[in-house]
Design a protein. Structure first.
Length: 232
């Protein structure tokens, strides 16, 4: 499924909402300072919400970060209407390269085993680069791909073949970004699908949170694995 790198989105998608409170983001403030030092132009954008609501209540308008500022290891959590509240996870590297005079987004990733949320399975996939609009918005269509059954948290064991598009915003520098998903599933059942996604920048795959955030709402959190939920 192609459906927000050492420099990674290194602080992208504001830890929790593709937002400022997402679980699993460590030392977000320190990483922001690193990016600010590299850019010098981001201070006015850093407070813009990752969910595209910037501009309300006197908040800074949503502006995309300069090329190359956001990047690094990133967790993509995808939820669909098939089973609301359940997330399929992907881990890889996010980049924001320059493209035709604008900032673009590119993501290389693989699915994570639904049983441990650490083991990468299936083929490596690439989304983008796709240009980010002046208002921070982007549309990222993916190629037709098949999710391994081991990564299927919705129907465990069954591969899913689909073609999806992510619709979101990247406002300034953050550790989490989010948005919606639309597309088509062709197997094991055929039909349109929709849902939400969250993209959280992490230090490494070992920092995948116990409850990954899959959407813009603060409570859009996937359930913990049984082994993690049973821990005191």
């Amino acid at each position: 499924m192609a459906l927000l790198r050492a420099s990674r989105w290194r602080l992208l998608m504001a830890c929790g909402a593709v937002a400022a409170s997402s679980a699993g983001c460590s030392d977000a403030r320190g990483r922001f300072q690193q990016f600010e030092a590299r850019s010098g132009t981001l201070a006015g954008d850093a407070g813009a919400p990752a969910d595209g609501t910037a501009g309300a209540g006197g908040e800074a308008p949503c502006r995309p970060p300069p090329p190359g500022v956001v990047g690094g290891p990133a967790l993509l959590a995808l939820e669909t209407a098939t089973k609301p509240g359940t997330a399929i996870l992907f881990f890889g590297q996010v980049e924001t390269p320059a493209l035709d005079g604008a900032t673009a987004v590119r993501y290389d990733y693989r699915a994570l085993d639904a049983g441990d949320r650490r083991t990468q399975v299936g083929d490596a996939l690439v989304v983008g680069p796709y240009a980010i609009g002046t208002d921070g918005s982007f549309d990222a269509p993916t190629a037709v791909s098949t999710l391994p059954g081991s990564a299927n948290a919705i129907l465990p064991g069954l591969p899913i073949t689909s073609e999806l598009t992510l619709h979101g915003r990247i406002c300034g520098v953050a550790d989490f970004y989010c948005g919606t998903v639309t597309g088509t599933v062709t197997a094991p059942i055929a039909g349109p699908t929709s849902g939400h996604f969250g993209l959280a920048l992490l230090q490494s795959i070992d920092d995948v949170p116990t409850r990954p955030r899959f959407g813009c709402d603060d409570d859009a959190l996937a359930p913990a694995l049984e082994a993690d939920a049973s821990e005191p």
